[in-house]
Design a protein around this ligand. Structure first.
Ligand SMILES: [Fe+2]
Ligand SMILES: [Fe+2]
Length: 177
């Protein structure tokens, strides 16, 4: 089963999957399943979320949805811990925001050939935190979708926990806290 956050759609049997089926099972992408991201998800799931929603938005605007799906899946292809990086950061060393996007792009090139558009999307997905400006409309879209997914990944598990607790109280006749 492959699903994006807040979607019940199985993703492995539709046009989205055709865009990423040659890279999603690569060792480098699968390795992201072992890394926690945004506290309550994995880096793999975050990349799937960004990939799928970037694909949908780009398709709706008749932009390059295939590249959006691929760049989304590869945009956070790095393996270090942000806190460890920041703790050991020397003066003059790149910020995590710009370092991880450049690293993700270098790692993506080892998985597949990437286009200029996909490179722009991966390297600049942290804009406006990082410079320079995006060159393509698709890049602006991934910058928004990345932040949108981060908010969902942070908030949805918390809301689900609250709803479960309230339901539990209702079913057991307890007083909601
Ligand atoms: Fe990122
Ligand atoms: Fe991200």
């Amino acid at each position: 089963m492959l699903k994006a956050i807040c979607s019940s759609k199985e993703l492995t049997n539709n046009s989205y999957y055709a865009c990423i089926c040659d890279i999603i099972d690569s060792r480098q992408v699968q390795q992201l399943k072992n890394i926690t991201h945004h506290i309550s998800t994995t880096r793999f799931q975050h990349c799937v979320n960004v990939s799928y929603y970037s694909y949908l938005v780009c398709r709706a605007f008749r932009l390059n949805a295939r590249s959006a799906a691929r760049a989304g899946l590869l945009h956070d292809l790095f393996y270090y811990d942000r806190k460890v990086y920041n703790a050991g950061k020397q003066k003059g060393q790149a910020s995590h925001s710009s370092n991880h996007s450049m690293l993700a792009c270098a790692n993506a090139c080892e998985v597949t050939d990437i286009t200029n558009l996909e490179r722009d999307m991966i390297e600049k997905h942290m804009w406006p935190v990082t410079r320079p400006m995006p060159r393509y409309k698709e890049t602006y879209i991934i910058t928004v979708i990345d932040k949108y997914c981060a908010v969902l990944e942070f908030c949805v598990p918390k809301v689900q926990r609250i709803v479960r607790r309230k339901r539990g109280n209702i079913y057991s006749g307890g007083i909601p806290q």
